[in-house]
Design a protein. Sequence first.
Length: 269
Amino acid sequence: MEQRPDWLAEGVDLDKPSAARCYDFYLGGAHNFAVDRELGNKVLEAMPNVKEVALNNRAFLRRAVRYCLDRGIRQFLDIGSGIPTAGNVHEIVQAVDPQARVVYVDNEPVAVAHSRSILEGNDNATIVQADLLDVEGVLESPETQRLLDFSQPVAVMMVALVHFVPESAKPREIIGQYYDKLAPGSYLGFSHVTGEEFPEGVQGLVKLYENSTNPVTLRTRAEVAELVSDFELVDPGVVYVSEWHPDSPEDVGDHPEETIVYGLVGRKV
């Protein structure tokens, strides 16, 4: 049995792997436990490029944030933000404008604890412990209300998040509730795992995650587009994350489908 760290909140289940902590493992982070590494290594056996997938998804997040910054957005709501790693949203936006405001949201206690530590002393960034499905809990929390003005445009990030939401939870309706609260000119950055190109390998990933705290639901390009259909998609629409506004042709590579993740940015008109 792994020794429980002193900083770890009571109630955190170390017997079940967590998607946020596995993602941290794929990115080379240190805020994961034996149970997460065990699952992560099994996923690596089934899908050897999963670390590259995670890095590509993270790079998409950075590009989506920069895209919104270039269009004048100075308020960001990053839902399912995960465990902090280099290049977090607040680092990107506050390098451009130190007064830009960022609210992170996650339901993973380890992610929340480390985010609070990193954000200590930053008056323009905070984290809320809440779940995507609890729209009121996210948007009406005191921390969110203190930093974000929803009468003005906000960029919402839901990156590598909604594939952990089953159809029974009605993700299309949940995303619609966030849309309704946003001012015109707001943006959504969104990415989602798919099994369209590599069904066998990705189904192996789904099977491995079944007994984690975050089972995976795969969706097609059309299903991803339907989830965000309230928003007007900016070019190039729903594409593999490496194809979305790449910094260079080399970033796309010869087989962008190997990223297994669709990415998009939508705008509320």
